[in-house]
Design a protein around this ligand. Structure first.
Ligand code: ARG
Length: 495
């Protein structure tokens, strides 16, 4: 066969020889993946370059053939770049399309030599890794932009206070910056997860062949290096069949979605009329087609909603992998759409989300006036009593009586009379110092007192923000690193 078609039909297939008929139309439609895997074309061509050099080193391509092969691949890349070469209906997948393109440029004789010693099984397992490693850096930089927006808001918030809640009930006052920073840390951990994952996915399956390795004496280490991997898969079956690295990426993407969704929910509630804590910038709010007064938090809602789909991508992929016999099976083609969808989703969600966070403005007066209400200083009374030597069991009880008294009168704790405190604390404290408890009945006093590591005291929150900024420097180095040869190294200056 010397022309670019298989013997089983009038189109190029990579597996024609033993077939007498071409694929049925229904099979061809089912089998086709170019509509989503064409985005691996650049990685495929990079793989082909490295493979051609491996063939030449094994003397399976002459120096002249290698030269011509490399310029053919360059030309193919140019046609891919300017879209003058695109998959046609009959191309089964990106690999089929690119082989067709190469044969057109290099001719059947030379173009037909490139396929020796590799399989689409080891190719595709490598390509998805290359694509993910590159896009992980992009996702990381988008997450970092969200963290930077949170950090800027936290710095801006200074010592502003707000109601801290547990069970959605007023619990203890906290700094607004502290509450905001509680969303920065999980997102920074997500970026760290990408860094850790990157070290695990840094392993090239190229050279695994279909499953058992190759007989042609090709050097997989050289191919791996050229494609940015620092090592080669230890087991060719695992190399072609495993997708845990893809699934792990998918988990991290879903986790980022969930972490963003949790801040979204917070913002949506704060933005409601009843809360009135935050106002969203017009550029990041939408209106209603019927209700002229509406200003809706759609960015946060879409982020929250899309997190659901990203979790679906992960669970779909896990379900695909479960129960697969261990070697390549066509089911594995299903790994790509899941992670492509997640990356596409995150690349629209994260920039909009960062913009919304950066531009939202807080009603600090309202936050401050709400902060101590709902008896949020009750713990402060109990802990003040402990400092006066009262056992906590009793202190808790006595503070509870203060709450009950205030509640029955429809007032807050600081509205209680000195006489009330004397009566309630009687037997536990000398009468003359009972009313000194007022010293802790202020929001500022309450937050300043929580000065243990990780607490909401202004001094601790300042330290926290500085620590986060340092952490972010290390994470930025990953986002800025390339996945094509220079493995990420954490900056030396990291504490
Ligand atoms: N399109 C396939 C995938 O994405 C490539 C490998 C096909 N291998 C095969 N033996 N049919 O997984």
């Amino acid at each position: 066969m010397t022309h670019a078609t298989s013997s089983n039909g009038d189109h190029l297939a990579l597996w024609g020889g033993r077939f007498t008929s071409g694929p049925s139309e229904a099979l061809a439609r089912l089998s086709k993946s170019t509509q989503f895997d064409w985005r691996l074309a650049d990685d495929d061509i990079a793989g082909s370059r490295a493979h051609a050099r491996a063939l030449a080193r094994a003397r399976l391509l002459s120096p002249d053939e290698l030269n011509r092969m490399e310029s053919a691949l360059d030309e193919l890349q140019r046609h891919v770049d300017d879209a003058s070469f695109v998959p046609v209906e009959a191309d089964e997948d990106e690999a089929t399309a690119l082989e067709r393109g190469l044969l057109q440029i290099a001719g059947d004789e030379l173009g037909g030599k490139l396929r020796a010693g590799r399989s689409r099984n080891d190719q595709i397992a490598t390509l998805i890794r290359m694509w993910l490693r590159r896009h992980a850096r992009m996702v990381a930089s988008n997450v970092i932009a969200v963290v930077e927006a949170i950090l800027a808001q936290a710095r801006d918030a200074g010592t502003a206070v707000m109601p801290g809640r547990t069970h959605m009930q007023h619990a203890q006052p906290v700094l607004l910056a502290h509450q905001l920073m509680a969303h920065a840390w999980p997102l920074m951990r997500d970026v760290q997860r990408l860094i850790d994952w990157d070290a695990r996915i840094d392993e090239s399956p190229y050279g695994s062949g279909a499953l058992a390795g190759n007989t042609l004496g090709l050097d997989p280490d050289a191919v791996a290096k050229e494609l940015g991997f620092s090592k080669v898969a230890d087991n060719s079956i695992d190399g072609t069949a495993s997708r845990d690295a893809t699934a792990e990426f998918s988990f991290i993407a879903a986790m980022i979605g969930v972490d963003i969704s949790r801040l979204s929910e917070e913002i949506i509630i704060w933005n409601s009329q009843e809360f009135g804590f935050v106002t969203l910038d017009d550029g990041y709010s939408t209106g209603s087609s019927i209700m002229p007064q509406k200003k809706n938090p759609d960015v946060a809602e879409l982020a929250r909603g899309k997190a659901g789909r990203m979790i679906g991508d992960l669970t779909g992929l896990m379900a695909t992998l479960k129960g697969l016999p261990t070697a390549y099976a066509r089911d594995l083609q299903e790994d790509k759409e899941a992670v492509f969808d997640q990356v596409d989703t995150l690349s629209v969600v994260l920039p909009a989300f960062a913009g919304m966070v950066r531009t939202m403005s807080f009603d600090r007066k309202r936050l401050e006036s709400e902060a101590p209400t709902g008896f949020a200083l009750a713990t402060d009374i109990a802990e003040w009593l402990v400092k006066q030597g009262v056992p906590f069991r009793h202190a808790h009880e006595l503070s509870g009586i203060c709450v009950k008294t205030a509640e029955s009168r429809g007032v807050e704790l600081w509205d209680l009379e000195d006489g009330d405190f004397r009566r309630i604390f009687k037997g536990f404290l000398p009468q003359e110092c009972a009313a000194d408890v007022r010293g802790v009945l202020s929001t500022q006093g309450s937050v300043a007192a929580r000065d243990g590591k990780g607490g909401t005291a202004p001094i601790r929150v300042r330290e926290q923000i500085a620590a986060a900024a340092r952490r972010l420097t290390a994470l930025r180095a990953f986002a800025a690193s390339t996945s094509d040869g220079s493995a990420y190294k954490p900056p030396q200056t990291l504490s």
